[in-house]
Design a binder for this molecule. Structure first.
Ligand code: UD1
Ligand code: CA
Length: 461
């Protein structure tokens, strides 16, 4: 039967001290709740319902366009109440129901799948993930009887003296039998220290009804670590960064200093690529084999072909074919396409442009809204004047063209294939193929002028 997951994300996250709802905070560029959704989906869950409340619009917009459904919990009356709200929205659930919080970004798909399997195998009304936390303070505790059977979960604030020695904490991730959950949820009462409807109280209710409840001790307590503050946000980012970097290194990527490489969860990297320190690879980025990235480089939402070099540069929303050379200090903005073997060199900015195979923009240029053919050379300091203050215009540079240094290309304008522009020219008219266009006043040379000035001494300065 199809598994449904309920992700509880209606809480405010007061300790974040933020206008953003807690689960919207980003880790390696990805909102916290998305890690949980991804893990749950990878565990084979069919239907995902996120319970939103505080900042619901923000959380829902982050997940818009996916198959995730939403249920609103306008007033946060506890985790049990959050599940009630979910069931009110999606209706009765009879299959397995996974419940977990949206603030546990370290959760692994295998762990969720393991709970689902354990519930299916035992037929228990509820299988809860527990953990032997080094310090269980703050967690609900798993109360077992003499035979080891789970009897109840008691919240920190409701602990009685007899519970103080319990080291087994509730990790807050469950797989319920949907029918049993539905049958016991409405019996919850808020008669506890926090006057909340605790989801955890369903355990004692189920046990009292003669249903089985099991607790599976997690092998890695870190996985259920919840983020409540920005300090924990940074801690979790460190754990995820290490996990992701190790995955790449095991797959054949060299990371010179893994503590100084920040790679998002959706980034793919080919073998024998080297990631140098202070390099950030984010968003939907794919890197081919044998690239050298960094040091001091940021690449977001881009495709980098095999054998590329990106040195001390920023690349956003760009596509690089094989053996492209970028930097140092280049800035490739969205819509840049660099064909095979092309170059964007020192302090070059390119946006919304196509640079043809083998073409070079080696130094100090701005190329915007431009199509450059193959094997063209763009001289140092060339600027495409693409914006007249009202609209953007395109520049076209043909195959094999040679644009002299410090050329201003006043768009819309076209430099034909094989054409040459003289250094320092402001080109506002199309240049035919194989022509030379020079636009500058003739040079005046006055023989001996400098020597005469020297002879007159400093007085004239
Ligand atoms: C909960 C468990 C506790 C467990 C711990 C693990 C309960 C009563 N207690 O405690 O046993 O050890 O998780 O981390 O379930 N939420 C809502 N609506 C609400 C209340 C909470 O959506 O009305 C969401 C929160 O946004 C959060 C999650 O549920 O993501 C957990 O809620 P929280 O109040 O933090 O529960 P804990 O006190 O951590
Ligand atoms: Ca919590």
């Amino acid at each position: 039967m199809g598994v449904t997951a309920l992700i509880l994300a209606a809480g405010e996250g007061t300790r974040m001290k933020s206008t953003l709802p807690k689960v919207a905070h980003r880790i390696l560029g990805v909102p916290m709740v998305e890690y949980v959704v991804t893990a749950v989906r990878a565990a084979g869950v069919e239907r995902i319902v996120v319970v939103t409340g505080h900042g619901a619009d923000v959380v829902e917009s982050l997940l818009a366009g996916t198959d995730v459904e939403f249920a609103r919990q306008d007033e946060q009356l506890g985790t049990g109440h959050a599940v009630m709200c979910a069931l009110e929205t999606v209706g009765e659930l009879t299959g397995p129901v996974v419940v977990l919080a949206g603030d546990v970004p370290l959760i692994r798909a295998e762990t969720v799948a393991g709970l689902v399997q354990a519930q299916a195998a035992s037929g228990a009304a509820c299988v809860v993930l527990s953990a032997l936390f080094p310090d269980p303070t703050g967690y609900g505790r798993i109360v077992r009887d003499d035979t080891g059977s789970v009897m109840a979960i008691v919240e920190q604030k409701d602990l009685e003296p007899g519970h103080l020695a319990i080291a087994e904490g509730n990790a807050g991730i469950y797989c319920f039998d949907g029918a049993a959950l539905g049958a016991h949820l409405h019996r919850l009462e808020a008669s506890n220290a926090q006057s909340e409807y605790y989801l955890t109280d369903t355990v004692a209710l189920m046990v009292a009804a003669g249903l089985g409840v099991e607790a599976v001790v997690s092998e890695d307590a870190e996985e259920s670590y919840g983020v409540n503050s920005r300090i924990q946000l940074a801690e979790v980012a460190g754990v995820l960064r290490k996990r992701i970097n190790e995955g790449h290194m095991l797959a054949g990527v060299s990371i010179t200093d893994p503590s100084l490489a920040w790679i998002g969860p959706d980034v793919e990297i080919g073998r024998d690529t080297v990631v140098e320190p202070m390099t950030f690879l984010m968003g939907r980025t794919g890197v081919g084999e044998g690239c050298l990235l960094g040091p001091d480089t940021r690449i977001t939402d881009s495709v980098i072909g095999a054998g590329c070099t990106v040195d001390s540069s920023i690349v956003i929303g760009s596509t690089l074919a094989a053996r492209v050379s970028v930097g140092p200090r280049a800035y490739l903005r969205p819509g840049t396409v660099m064909a095979e073997g092309s170059k964007a060199g020192t302090s070059v900015e390119i946006k919304n442009s196509h640079v043809g195979a083998g073409s070079k923009v080696p130094h100090l240029s701005y190329i915007g809204d431009t199509d450059i053919g193959e094997n063209a050379n763009i001289g140092a300091g060339t600027i495409t004047c693409n914006y007249d203050g009202r609209s953007k215009h395109r520049t076209v540079i043909g195959d094999g063209a040679f644009v002299g240094s410090d050329t201003m290309l006043i768009a819309p304008v076209e430099v034909g294939p094989g054409a040459v522009t003289g250094a320092g020219s402001a080109i506002a008219q199309d240049v035919p193929a194989d022509a030379l266009a020079v636009e500058r006043t003739e040079q005046r040379t006055i023989e001996g002028w400098a020597a005469q000035r020297r002879d007159k001494g400093q007085g004239d300065e």
